[in-house]
Design a protein around this ligand. Structure first.
Ligand code: ADP
Ligand code: MG
Length: 287
């Protein structure tokens, strides 16, 4: 039996190896500098140990969030920090911040963003997802069609149940562009099975370019469409995001700024008029 450390010489040189064996990387990284400080400032041993334990816990949290962010497959850069709230007057900032706080995820409620292309649906839902991961929740972002293909393959391998169970570990699954899913009998019913399985227990956040009335193109028939929408909206927040495309607005603003920044000479006046006409044409084309 190993003798208690107090009654024999302790091998300090073995400390790094012991900390690695104990899986305490932050202890490993910080103990030496902290020990020096503790010696100089004559900390009691308990304070030294508690300070190290605090660092280990804080860094463990940060590492876990980092790992969950990677596993979430959320696209980089689509966060609330880069979201221009003023560009979306139909959804006030406090409402978005409340969604990012995540109470709705605790009860398995859903979030549905419906609106035209470029309105910021993907950005907004990913930003909320990002905030939720940082608050300790598990989130998965996926294009609806990608997930459907995976679930369909799982069903062919008689492993659909296991694939759906694997998704249970995520508090929130973000299904991007649900209306791009093909009206394929098998694919669509795996989508229904996912919705039915998560109903009232695990959240879904969905983006759609089409209103509910057009969702029958996604599900095999009218009855399944009604059953799916019924479950989704029962406990849900629906964001109507029919605003001008953000991409288009920023492109137009950029050009207007450039035009203002370069005052036109007589010769350029004609060009500037032509630019304006081109802008108007482009704007009409995109509308
Ligand atoms: P949607 O999913 O509705 O088609 P996206 O979320 O993909 O639109 O937005 C299109 C582009 O515009 C993306 O690059 C996105 O980051 C940006 N964008 C949209 N809305 C905003 C916003 N309110 N603030 C900042 N960037 C935005
Ligand atoms: Mg999108």
């Amino acid at each position: 039996m190993t003798r208690p450390a107090a009654s024999r010489a302790v091998d300090v040189h073995a400390l790094p190896a012991m900390l690695t064996a104990l899986r305490l990387p932050s202890f490993h990284r910080h103990w030496s500098a902290l020990a020096e400080r503790a010696d100089t400032q004559e900390w009691p041993a308990a304070r030294f140990l508690a300070a190290l334990a605090e660092i280990e816990l804080a860094e463990r949290d940060a590492r876990r969030i980092q790992r969950h962010l990677q596993q979430s497959e959320l696209p980089g850069g689509k966060t609330l920090a880069t979201f221009d709230f003023k560009a979306l007057p139909s959804v006030p900032r406090p409402r978005i911040e409340a969604l990012a706080a995540g109470d709705w995820v605790e009860t398995g409620a859903n979030l549905i963003a419906i609106g035209n292309s470029g309105a910021g649906k993907t950005h907004l839902l990913c930003a909320i997802g990002h905030a939720l991961v940082e608050a300790g929740k598990r989130v998965l972002y996926t294009r609806t069609t990608d997930l459907m293909q995976k679930l369909q393959a799982a069903r062919r391998d008689l492993a659909l149940e296991a694939a759906l169970a694997k998704l249970d570990k995520f508090d929130l699954v973000i299904l991007d562009d649900i209306t791009y899913a093909q009206k394929d009998q098998a694919e669509s019913s795996v989508l229904f099975e996912l919705i039915a399985r998560r109903y009232e227990t695990r959240s879904l956040a969905i983006t759609a370019n089409q209103p509910f009335s057009a969702w029958d193109r996604v599900f095999p028939d009218q009855a399944v469409t009604v059953a799916a929408i019924d479950r989704l909206v029962h406990h849900s927040t629906i964001l109507e995001m029919n605003v001008d495309s953000y991409r288009r607005r920023t492109a137009l603003n950029r050009r207007t700024t450039e035009a203002v920044a370069e005052p036109a000479t007589d010769n350029q006046n004609t060009q500037s008029d032509e630019n304006q006409t081109a802008r108007k044409e482009e704007s009409d084309k995109l509308s």
